[in-house]
Design a protein around this ligand. Structure first.
Ligand SMILES: Nc1ncnc2c1ncn2[C@@H]1O[C@H](COP(=O)(O)OP(=O)(O)OP(=O)(O)O)[C@@H](O)[C@H]1O
Ligand SMILES: O=P(O)(O)OC[C@H]1O[C@](O)(CO)[C@@H](O)[C@@H]1O
Ligand SMILES: [Mg+2]
Length: 480
């Protein structure tokens, strides 16, 4: 009988696997920490020719607590049996294959959703915290985690104030079904947020002394690194506490997942700035409108906002090298656009050109260099500079993002009750899954300039590939 069939937690065998139709994983027995890798065939895989999976299973309380008890889900009282997720339900990550190439294992994840059996009894005490920059949707996530927890029969839900430091620095705020009403209409985080202040010992001490069964951490790549450390410390202390991340970042730079909540709202809001820029640019002769958007390390907001607007002539992001000066540079291209149509709209991500790393501001730099460039040519231009960076993240979500927040929040709670820990809820191929935190730690997703999003943008704006036009950097000054 397969481990799936008997409902045991599965742990991925990290060894590379040969082409085989079997799913290779490690089955953990409830009474033993010893796990032997063995191939497991999911019950629904029939016949030959199916590619193999590498199933990334989230850690489970049973992995380190032998006597952890299982209960029928409290949701069984209110849901039809066929609305529960089966232990063998998985979601594939790679859905685009080249059939001529040597087959490799396909990454797969456990499908998120409620399980028939849970590992936390009635009366759960949970804590929720948000860290890092604010982002549209944090409040919806807080609200939906709270509501979902009470549906399961939680007794207390605490909101930790102002990020990680709030675990040990301030009093915790109690969240109730009444107190979260209407949160989804508000921007920011009702719990507040912060950067810094990560003291692992004190955080886990607080979790332990307050007898917290489930910890929900809403945050970006930095927060996830902290969350993973909390999970490891909780395991080391053998606490029966599930530690879960809900990936938040307006920059969409979290690895593995399709997109993070808030990103789409930010892109929508950025459109308003670009529309304004376009209106300005087309209202004056020889007018250049420059819009600076967020994105210190990853240019997803700039790339998607520019693509969606169809009014942008040039988009600059951290992932693509460019030169300002010379015949193949950005300024010569802007001049060419002025010559062709009398205006030019430029969108720049704050991390473009990497001058932010030295404390500079690419928006201001670009504005100054543009003015100097045309002054040297005795050409009168208008230059309008828009910096809506904070404006695009301090708002509530748009419709789809709000639904995404609800999905992610519920998935996090379902996973925690199912006994999983050290995982993040997240969208993969538009399906909600449980992702082991380990896979998200220390990786920042970037715009792949060789792939379709960026190539589509270049096709749409007509901007050149700066990298291949570096012949003439010296004609009128230095690069960026
Ligand atoms: N390597 C790390 N180990 C432990 N904690 C960390 C680590 N990196 C960051 N943190 C903590 O995570 C919290 C948020 O981190 P950070 O300021 O990097 O924001 P973020 O989660 O990446 O979100 P954003 O999308 O806004 O960048 C801070 O409290 C910080 O101390
Ligand atoms: O000024 P703050 O609050 O540090 O936030 C700015 C940063 O937050 C981010 O939006 C990530 O959340 C980055 O793009 C940006 O550099
Ligand atoms: Mg970050």
């Amino acid at each position: 009988m397969s481990a799936f069939a008997i409902g045991l937690p599965l742990k991925v065998d990290k060894q590379p696997h040969k082409w085989s139709r079997n799913l290779c994983c490690t089955a953990a027995t409830p009474n033993s920490n010893l796990r032997k890798p063995r191939p497991v065939t999911p019950p629904n895989v029939k016949g030959g020719g199916l590619p193999p999976f590498k199933l990334h299973v989230a850690p489970h309380l049973r992995d380190y607590l032998q006597a952890v008890q299982q209960y029928p889900s409290p949701l069984l009282r209110t849901r039809r049996h066929n609305t529960f997720v089966q232990p063998a339900d998985i979601i594939l990550r790679d859905i685009s294959l080249n059939v001529d190439q040597t087959p490799t294992q396909l990454d797969a994840f456990l499908k998120a959703g409620p399980r028939r059996n849970v590992y936390h009894a009635n009366g759960v005490r949970a804590a929720v915290v948000s860290c890092g920059g604010i982002c549209p949707g944090i409040n919806t996530v807080i609200k939906e985690i709270t509501l979902c927890l009470f549906r399961y029969g939680a007794s207390k839900v605490f909101g930790v104030r102002h990020g990680y430091r709030g675990f040990y620095n301030s009093h915790w705020q109690e969240l109730t079904e009444e107190s979260v009403v209407g949160l989804n209409k508000m921007g920011g985080s009702v719990l507040g947020s912060s950067r810094g202040g990560f003291d692992l010992e004190r955080i886990v001490d607080a979790i332990e002394t307050r007898r917290i069964d489930q910890v929900y951490v809403i945050g970006g790549d930095g927060t996830i690194m902290g969350c993973h450390k909390i999970f490891e410390e909780v395991v080391r202390r053998r606490l029966k506490t599930s530690v879960i991340s809900i990936p938040k970042t307006i920059d969409n730079d979290i690895a593995v997942i399709d997109r993070s909540f808030g990103f789409e709202t930010a892109v929508d809001e950025a459109q308003r700035a670009i529309n304004a820029a376009y209106t300005e640019a087309t209202s004056f002769p020889d007018c250049i409108a420059l819009v600076k958007l967020m994105g210190r390390n990853s240019g997803f907001i700039a790339c998607h906002a520019a693509l969606a607007s169809e009014e942008v002539d040039c988009c600059l992001i951290p992932e693509e090298e460019f030169v300002l000066h010379g015949s193949g540079g950005v300024l010569a291209y802007v001049e060419q656009k002025l010559n062709e149509k009398g205006h030019c709209v430029v969108v720049v991500a704050e991390g473009a050109g990497h001058i932010k790393d030295q404390g500079g501001d690419i928006g201001v730099h670009l504005m100054n260099e543009t003015k100097k460039y045309f002054a040297r040519k005795n050409r009168e231009i208008s230059l309008k500079y828009l910096d809506p960076t904070y404006q695009i993240r301090a708002i509530p979500t748009t419709t789809h993002d709000n639904i995404l927040c609800i999905l992610l929040a519920h998935a996090a709670v379902h996973g925690a009750y199912a006994g999983y820990t050290g995982f993040s809820s997240g969208l993969i191929n538009s399906r909600n899954v449980f992702i082991p935190l380990e896979m998200l730690v220390g990786i920042q997703k970037k715009v792949d300039t060789m792939q379709s999003d960026w190539q589509r943008l270049r096709m749409s704006t007509g901007q050149p590939d700066w990298f291949f036009q570096e012949d003439d950097m010296s004609t009128d000054g230095a690069g960026v």
